[in-house]
Design a binder for this molecule. Structure first.
Ligand code: PLP
Length: 338
């Protein structure tokens, strides 16, 4: 293997094996690992016409002790089940999901970056309706696949707090699909993220589509705030994707750091009162926000534009330590690939 781990970015690198299971006549087959990275299907496949697809994202990496592990893959399995149920796709059983993730990582073991590089093996489980559907209804046949691709350290060249804008467009309708990991939630975000980048912003913060009053999340990460007296606060809404990182950070805040934690509605009008802010998700764990721009009005976080705020940093270091095996993990959080 000739990979410069510390120079890797976040783009697709084809690895040796991927997992494929087919659903037909009402049941999943046993699944195989294959070298074939291509898919052949009907031009009228349900996924191509009506976007019947959902996905997951998690990482495998080496711990300080040299083990290859994943972080809470059971929660990815559970979340994919809720995505499938809402998209009228067949559930891939939780135990089988976790086993398939493990098999995919094991088959690509050479691509798991060494401890200390900050790089990891990104794992992408996904499912789609594959047979021809022209009248609007769910597919009858599906593929569940998992591929893995090595990705570089998120904070290459150091932490740079983000500048984000309050979006004029909405991400997810009330009672819609915002709380599942469906490709459709990303398709509609592409226009807005390109527009944000063209205007010099790193991300869009979406408001609740019903009242456009409360903070929800960005296109691909949840948001946490820290109050001036050190309470960790995160928005509560049925249209936010339940981030595994965010749920883990709240647990760490409370149980490891003894901080107060609140999940509640957060109004746009109150964010100038917070001390710290960050985006959280599998990719970065936490990426600090330095500045939020609301239609020309700049809200500068007291933590500034050069580093994470002190509480954000503690949360980041503790969760990273748990993931990398230098801090003892809660029961069941670290799944070893053997
Ligand atoms: C995947 C995703 C996240 C982050 O979830 P993690 O489980 O922490 O990786 C946040 N928001 C959206 C919209 C997502 O799709």
């Amino acid at each position: 293997m000739n990979i410069n781990w510390s120079e890797l970015g976040f783009s697709y690198v084809k690895t040796d094996k991927r997992f494929v299971s087919l659903y037909k006549d009402g049941k999943w087959d046993g699944g195989v690992l294959t070298s074939d990275d291509t898919i052949t299907m009907s031009e009228c496949a349900c996924v191509l016409q009506y976007a019947q697809t959902c996905f997951e994202g998690l990482k495998a990496y080496k711990t300080a002790g040299g083990k290859t592990v994943c972080f809470r893959p059971d929660l990815n399995a559970e979340r994919m089940i809720s995505s499938c149920e809402k998209m009228k796709m067949p559930v891939f059983p939780k135990e089988r999901f976790v086993e398939a993730v493990a098999a995919t990582v094991k088959a690509n073991e050479d691509y798991v970056p060494p401890y200390g590089t900050g790089a990891s093996l990104y794992i992408r489980p996904f499912m789609f309706g594959s047979d021809a559907i022209i009248g609007v209804k769910p597919a009858n046949e599906f593929q569940f696949r998992i591929f893995a691709t090595p990705v570089g350290p998120y904070f290459k060249g150091g932490v740079k707090p983000l500048t984000v804008r309050i979006s004029d467009l909405d991400r997810a309708a009330p009672h819609g699909t915002g709380n599942i990991k469906a490709g459709l939630n990303y398709a509609m975000s592409l226009y807005n993220i390109v527009d944000a980048h063209e205007k010099g912003f790193d991300e869009n913060i979406y408001l609740d589509a019903g009242s456009r009053t409360y903070i929800e999340e960005t296109g691909g990460a949840n948001i946490i705030f820290v109050t001036r007296d050190g309470t960790v606060v995160t928005p509560k809404s049925d249209s936010i994707l339940p981030s595994i990182t965010r749920r883990s950070l709240l647990y760490v805040a409370e149980k490891y750091l003894g901080l107060k934690v609140e999940e509640r509605k957060i109004a746009l009008s109150e964010i100038s009162g917070f001390a710290e802010c960050g985006l959280c998700g599998t990719a970065a764990v936490i990426s600090p926000i330095g500045k939020i721009v609301d239609h020309g009005k700049e809200i500068c976080m007291p933590s500034g534009m050069s580093d994470m705020g002190p509480v954000t940093k503690k949360l980041y270091d503790t969760l990273r330590g748990i993931q990398l095996g230098t801090i003892e993990a809660p029961e069941g959080w670290i799944y070893e690939i053997k």
